[in-house]
Write a protein that binds this ligand. Sequence first.
Ligand SMILES: NC(=O)c1ccc[n+]([C@@H]2O[C@H](COP(=O)([O-])OP(=O)(O)OC[C@H]3O[C@@H](n4cnc5c(N)ncnc54)[C@H](OP(=O)(O)O)[C@@H]3O)[C@@H](O)[C@H]2O)c1
Length: 430
Amino acid sequence: MTAPLRVGLAGLGNVGAGVAKVLMGDTRTLAWRAGRGIAITAISARDKKRDRGVDLSGFPFEVDPLALAERKDVDVVVELIGGEEGVARALVESALRAKKHVVTANKALLARHGAALAALAERHEVALKFEAAICGGIPIVKALREGLIAYDISAVRGILNGTCNFILTQMEASGRAFAEVLTEAQRLGYAEADPTLDIGGGDTAHKLTLLTSLAFGTAPDLDGVSVTGIQKVSPADIAFAGEFGFRLKLLGVARTTPNGIEQRVHPAMVPIQTPLADVEASFNAVAVDAGAAGPFFFEGRGAGTGPTTSAVIADLVDVARGAFGPAFGRPAAELLHGKRAPAEARVSAYYLRFQVLDVPGVMAEISRHLANEQVSIESMIQRGRSPGEPVAIVMLTHETSQLSVVRALKAIAASDKVFEAPCMIPMEAA
Ligand SMILES: NC(=O)c1ccc[n+]([C@@H]2O[C@H](COP(=O)([O-])OP(=O)(O)OC[C@H]3O[C@@H](n4cnc5c(N)ncnc54)[C@H](OP(=O)(O)O)[C@@H]3O)[C@@H](O)[C@H]2O)c1
């Protein structure tokens, strides 16, 4: 057998400690798959003394993770520190420059700097692998980069953030408000103390950016993603969605359109009894429209030590076998810089909710503004009658441009019979 692949492990947290445990266990099966052993030769974290649930005292500990990139006994640096900039970026760059392969789970770093890092890896003829960066244990990077390549992919839709899916699932099951469920999610460890990146849609945007590149051969374009989080989702909208036969999910969607490439993250109404609508709790899923190959659906755990470690180990086996190509499936110089489809031009059906004063003429006024913008109504619910009091009017529209809906809602919001800004949620064919 060839000499083992020597791993410098940077970051010994949730994922790093999981990777260490697997590589310190019985790795014979991995060695058979890889054609050689895979062994840790040096480690780095902030706190040398912290108990990681695994005895790492036998390995050289580098206080400065960048030292891993310089070590002669390291072939591959596994970056599991995290963060778009700072030490993680410096480490990945110096490792690639030092002709070390890199395996990382860092979606924030790749979504922002993926094209430059892919070019750097190619220049130095080493691997840049990131299966764990998108949907943890789901092997979606391999599927898009190596599997579904015969035909052009037209769309990728995903539930890419387990925290948001857990919150929305709980809100639906219990009818409780967003803030209350978020607090519970934090208590149970499903949400971070600072949940902004998850609930604001930023984490989904990072993963979507990478999916877009893999699916369409474009350079990662994080700034091209339009992002709306779940903070304003109300139990009322979730309940109305159910009455219309839909479920509310935070989706990341990337599509090719005649206007360019569309990348968007937002709460969406997904038809019940479609695979995406059935993704529950903290699970992740990706639906791929792969042209003549047909539709595909991948579901699994998108985070946590086990699933994420599984993806990191799969990358290490590929590196050990020498089975790696360009990071995003085509040479970095050939990555396309696709035109961004303008959000206003997007055509979709919409869910609309208005809180209005229950007085004669209010329906006629809403209908008039919608008609002025050629927005036509498919169905409608008006719940309760309390003359002179606020009531909810909920509508589903036929397909229409986002610009038309936005214009109509602006006019409606100006009415003195309307309380609160109208709620507008796109419907997504899953
Ligand atoms: N957790 C998941 O389920 C999951 C899923 C998919 C992707 N990821 C990605 O995987 C990466 C790691 O996530 P994680 O959850 O394992 O994070 P984590 O538990 O916070 O661990 C981060 C590790 O990095 C170390 N570290 C931080 N700053 C450092 C520095 N300046 N020098 C050396 N070491 C430093 C920490 O050291 P100390 O322990 O000594 O503080 C810790 O061991 C991130 O990019 C994340 O986005 C995570």
